[in-house]
Design a protein around this ligand. Structure first.
Ligand code: ADP
Length: 257
């Protein structure tokens, strides 16, 4: 009788601790939703005044002014554009973390996305003296995905490859279909990432403590956006890197057809 009482007591205790954990999980989920809404609201509120600022800067840039005013206006322009980029990143981070807005996948030709991104960002890579190589099979690599998000994903990876690769380096974008998945690889010959940093790379706001990397502008949001986009597509993100040698970011997405 004593044992039964003891066991019953344990069952009750277990049930109570299960209840507590369950409540904790619910509270954390509610906090996460709140955080997402907060980020979305703040970034949305930032965007409108910023658009007005950028518009007025353009008007000022068209005016004949002296060199002091011109250089101040140019500095304000850079600052405003940087802020606008941060607001965009925050808005996107909230969107891709929102379970109420799942992806609406359609066939997306990854080769076209790579071409489009390079059309926009290729000049900047060339200006820095970074060679760009694209390797894709004859047959198009088509993923089931949301086009805008995949464009952003590729743009973030290419942007990082550029930022963290010194002049004279090389960035290789490689596409393939492997094990029934669409594979996109972005390899650079840049700074590389330490094993400790690799573990935190996909966390929001994480930036490496490497001073050379920190000298580049950034928010630490780019890779967390990449990671969330891939995850919500049911894909996987992997990184392989060696300090001083370079990095490879590998993204696997569901293949179309
Ligand atoms: P950001 O570039 O704005 O700092 P990210 O989330 O895109 O934010 O990247 C987080 C950090 O990971 C960067 O600060 C950088 O230290 C490191 N990192 C990202 N991509 C690379 C890369 N291709 N080579 C070396 N380091 C990288």
């Amino acid at each position: 009788a004593l044992d039964i009482g003891h066991d019953l007591g344990r069952v009750v205790l277990n049930a109570r601790s299960f209840e507590r954990e369950h409540r904790l999980v619910e509270e954390l989920q509610a906090l996460d939703v709140y955080k997402g809404r907060l980020i979305a609201t703040v970034s949305h509120e930032l965007k409108n005044p910023l658009a007005a600022i950028v518009g007025h800067i353009e008007i000022l840039q068209d005016e004949e002014t002296g060199p002091v005013v011109a250089s101040s206006v140019a500095a304000i322009d850079r600052g405003a554009r940087r802020l606008a980029r941060v607001a965009d990143d925050l808005l996107l981070l909230a969107k891709v973390g929102d379970p109420d807005h799942p992806v609406v996948p359609r066939p997306v030709d990854l080769g076209d996305v790579v071409d489009d991104v390079l059309e926009l960002q290729g000049h900047s890579l060339a200006r820095k003296g970074i060679e760009v190589v694209v390797e894709k099979p004859e047959k198009p690599v088509v993923a089931m995905a949301e086009l805008e998000e995949i464009e952003r994903l590729v743009s973030n990876l290419v942007g990082n490859a550029e930022k963290y690769t010194p002049a004279g380096g090389r960035v290789t974008l490689c596409l393939a279909v492997e094990d029934g998945e669409a594979l996109l690889e972005c390899t650079d010959t840049g700074l590389g990432i330490s094993p400790a940093d690799q573990e935190q790379l996909f966390q929001e706001f994480f930036r490496s403590t490497n001073p050379v990397a920190q000298a580049q502008p950034g928010t630490g949001l780019g890779l967390s956006i990449v990671h969330r986009i891939v995850a919500r597509h049911g894909g996987r993100t992997e990184v392989e890197s060696q300090l001083g040698r370079g990095s490879t970011f590998r993204v696997r997405l569901p293949v179309a057809g």
